[in-house]
Design a protein around this ligand. Structure first.
Ligand code: PPE
Length: 305
């Protein structure tokens, strides 16, 4: 990864190489922590614009509520700290990673009394599933791993520990020659990708798993709802079966890192025409116009650095 100069740690900017933690950091052992992934894009005015920063900061605090973590900063402080990290590192386009984690003043499963710490790093990060994936679509498999039950770790939270499940699914998919995994929920319905939400297009309508399907409430997912509304495409949230995906005309993944990535194959079955579909292309095009500030109606989603 490309290093940058400064990382914000507990209220101060420190050099990249000095943003370290003790080996007995609670979160490192037990996984109780929450984080965000945010992208910043360069607009046509050559200025960096952070995409949906308000929503990401809100989700970070909501994740902390779900896990019972009391963040020792206000949402406003985190918001301005994120802007500061982008500005101080002189980044035009980057990925921003705020993380709330528990410190090392106490071990054991009762986190009461353990210091709550916050770090914010940012670095340049290109396409998540490859440039080729963005244009022509990726190959995916249904994972042999099930997504967390909603009463196991509570999937509304973007929790560090959830990603053990994601990593197992991703590793399995890549080892088997696919680009990404699609996970089912404990009832057997489609949930999401290892780090993305999922949409299908059938009979001209978009459909995505309801939030009761163990998936994260993605901010890109929410952006697609508004984009689809603008393009007069209906979107339905509900239960999706695995074979419904196979029979869809188009499938795509959404996420901050993955942006809008078409899926051209699932479990060795061609989806639709076997490359990026027309509707996916329209949504993707509008998404990239919005993040680059080329859609005045959606400029409310952009925050300056
Ligand atoms: N589901 C999961 C499990 C998930 O991790 C993400 C984001 C999403 C859905 C989409 O959410 P949103 O980014 O708000 O649209 N995954 C982040 C982590 C990726 C990583 O590899 O790290 C991301 O895209 O930033």
């Amino acid at each position: 990864m490309e290093k940058t100069e400064k990382i914000w740690l507990d209220g101060k900017l420190v050099p990249w190489g000095e943003a370290n933690v003790h080996i007995l950091t609670h979160t490192l052992h037990y996984g109780l922590g929450v984080f965000e992934g945010i992208r910043c894009y360069q607009t046509k005015k050559k200025k960096p614009a952070i995409f949906r920063l308000h929503e990401h900061v809100d989700r970070l605090f909501n994740s902390a509520v779900v896990l019972g973590i009391d963040i020792p900063f206000s949402p406003e402080e985190i918001f301005t700290a994120i802007q500061l990290v982008v500005r101080k590192n002189k980044l035009k386009e980057c990925y921003i990673r705020p993380i709330v984690f528990l410190g090392h003043n106490q071990m054991g499963l009762n986190p009461s009394g353990v210091d709550v710490r916050v770090a914010i790093a940012a670095w340049p990060w290109g396409t998540y599933l490859g440039d080729e994936g963005i244009s022509n679509g990726i190959r995916s498999r249904i994972s042999s791993f099930t997504r967390h039950h909603v009463n196991i770790t509570m999937t509304r939270a973007k929790a560090c520990g959830h990603y053990v499940n994601s990593i197992l699914a991703k590793t399995e998919a890549v080892r088997d020659g696919y680009d990404e995994a699609i996970l089912l929920d404990p009832q057997g319905y489609v949930s999401e990708g290892s780090g993305e939400n999922i949409f299908l297009l059938s009979k001209g309508r978009l459909k995505t798993p309801a939030l009761s399907c163990s998936n994260l409430e993605g901010i890109t997912r929410d952006s697609v709802f508004d984009i689809a509304k603008h393009l007069k495409i209906e979107v339905e949230e509900g239960l999706i079966t695995r074979d419904e995906l196979y029979l869809a005309n188009e499938v795509f993944l959404t996420g901050t890192a993955a942006e809008i990535t078409p899926v051209r194959e699932i479990d060795n079955r061609k989806i639709g025409i076997g490359k990026r579909g027309k509707t996916t292309a329209r949504i993707q095009k509008m998404f990239f116009e919005i993040v680059q500030g080329n859609h005045t109606k959606f400029n409310k989603w952009l925050s300056e650095a």
